[in-house]
Ligand binder design. Structure first.
Ligand code: ZN
Length: 480
């Protein structure tokens, strides 16, 4: 344990210095509604807004500032925020929901190779905005509560965590939802157990089943489904949470692992992506609001396990008393990453010579075929003939992203659809623009292979983002 800590400190010392983060709330509501509701209100609990809309926005920004004070990022975190009518009746109401806008992998400085990170975390590690045309988090809250619906509990917009008996603390709920957008959610498909686009995400790598001792990434799909309903056995195993959770008097195992929410029947949007509701004292990231809390301690610990505030995560690297042996993983032949750090990517690496994905480069093929072409392109001067097949291939994959989005739209009831369509259109447009750019630059013979590879890689990331959109935005992680 002490050696692990020393390794973390060393790595933190050489990482770029980052200041506290700026979390910017973007009010996307229309005139006279939501955050712009002109109804007069009296200041309360430190919130000096004089209209309902002002108080909502000030309270939201207060929560954003609480997160900004403890996160480190030189890249502003942009939150698309709306306050719209949502499900609400006399007995139950949806408080709000939030999700990361996009997820990225293998962006510069990413704490793990080949793992999905939320955009805000990937940006903080890159030190630049990887997706300058994309905001980081999309959040929505229910404006029907306390206004037009019969739900007997209303929003409390004060800053002091002191709601009345029939009030819900809005700042607590925003803190909770922003946490999902920052990375506290699993991208695993809980119906099938499948990893998101076949890869681990930064959250699920720290989930484990304490009954079997198997970590989420190592499980079969069926084992992940089983673990997700194994109440009391699904746990968070990350070292920062383990070290910082001894204050819990219930819901923490003897090995320090902290229980995650795993009811016997999957609850979409709630299962797995929350701490267990058995934790004592009550925690911010439990699935159901119980008490106001602005305490970010255990939540921040989980975010740090994922890589926040230093972009370093514990790994299985062995450190002996005198020697640190860093063993790079073997090359993966179709992931656009130089996994083994020998300067050669995918099919350009001799390690992939006999890999099935590195056969003759067929046009319009799979992701592997594109990676194959990319590897080949990076080794020689390009001609205009090189780019035609790539165009066809990217167009083909854009089409499949569209199909995926259509399928998601059918299977996911609920919000996000209109916005998702708009974003999908924007993504397809970006993809087409990149195609044109690559084509024209190669046509003028003023672009090197590496630059072409960069451009193509960027286009591929956009395409992967569109997959992420279909899964993470069309099926927003609802909460509470
Ligand atoms: Zn939640």
């Amino acid at each position: 344990m002490r050696r692990l800590l020393a390794a973390l400190l060393l790595a933190a010392a050489v990482a770029p210095l980052a200041r506290a983060a700026t979390v910017t709330v973007l009010n996307l509501d229309g005139p006279s509604e939501g955050f712009n509701d002109p109804s007069p209100v009296a200041p309360i609990g430190g919130n000096n807004g004089v209209t309902l809309g002002q108080q909502r926005l000030l309270a939201f920004q207060h929560a954003a500032d609480l997160w900004g004070a403890v996160l480190q990022s030189n890249v502003p975190i942009l939150v698309d925020a709306t306050f719209d009518p949502d499900q609400c009746d006399s007995t139950s109401a949806i408080l709000g929901s939030a999700a990361p806008n996009t997820v990225d992998r293998d962006t510069p400085g990413a704490p793990r190779a080949g793992v999905w990170f939320t955009q805000a975390l990937a940006n903080s590690c890159a030190g630049v905005d990887n997706e300058p045309t994309e905001d980081d988090i999309v959040a929505s809250f229910n404006s029907a509560i306390g206004t037009t619906c019969a739900f007997p509990i209303t929003w409390y917009y004060g800053f002091d965590a002191n709601p009345g008996a029939n009030q819900i603390d809005f700042v607590s709920v925003v803190l909770h939802e922003l946490t999902h957008g920052l990375g506290f959610l699993s991208l695993v498909d809980l119906d099938t157990g499948a990893k998101f686009v076949g890869r681990d995400d930064a959250f699920m790598v720290w989930l484990g089943n304490d009954a079997t001792g198997i970590a989420f990434p190592a499980m079969s799909n069926a084992q992940r489904v089983s673990a997700s309903t194994s109440t009391g056995n699904l746990t968070w195993t990350g070292p920062v949470v383990v070290a910082g959770s001894s204050f819990l008097t219930h819901g923490r195992h003897a090995n320090g692992h902290v229980e995650m929410y795993a009811p016997p029947t999957i609850e979409p949007g709630s299962s797995v992506s929350h701490y267990s509701d058995s934790l004592t004292p009550d925690e911010l990231m439990e699935p159901v609001y119980t008490v106001p809390t602005h305490d970010l301690t255990l939540t921040l610990a989980a975010l740090r396990d994922m890589g926040w505030n230093g972009c370093v995560v514990a790994t299985t690297t062995t450190v002996t008393s005198s020697t640190t042996t860093t063993v790079f993983p073997p090359e993966v032949c179709n992931d656009l990453v130089d996994n083994d750090h020998n300067g050669l990517i995918d099919c350009a690496d001799p390690a992939c010579a006999s890999d099935p994905s590195c056969g003759p480069c067929a046009a319009g093929g799979s992701f592997s075929a594109v990676a194959c072409q990319l590897g080949a392109l990076a080794t020689r001067t390009l001609t205009a003939a090189d780019v035609g097949p790539l165009q066809g291939s990217l167009a083909d994959r854009a089409m499949r992203a569209q199909q995926l989005a259509d399928a998601a739209r059918t299977s996911c009831a609920g919000g996000g659809t209109r916005r998702a369509r708009a974003k999908l259109r924007a993504g397809l447009k970006q993809l087409a623009q990149f195609n044109r750019r690559i084509n024209s630059r190669i046509g003028r013979r003023n672009i090197g292979p590496q630059r072409a590879a960069d451009l193509i890689g960027k286009a591929q990331r956009i395409q992967l983002d569109m997959h992420a959109l279909a899964r993470a935005l069309l099926c927003p992680t609802s909460a509470d």
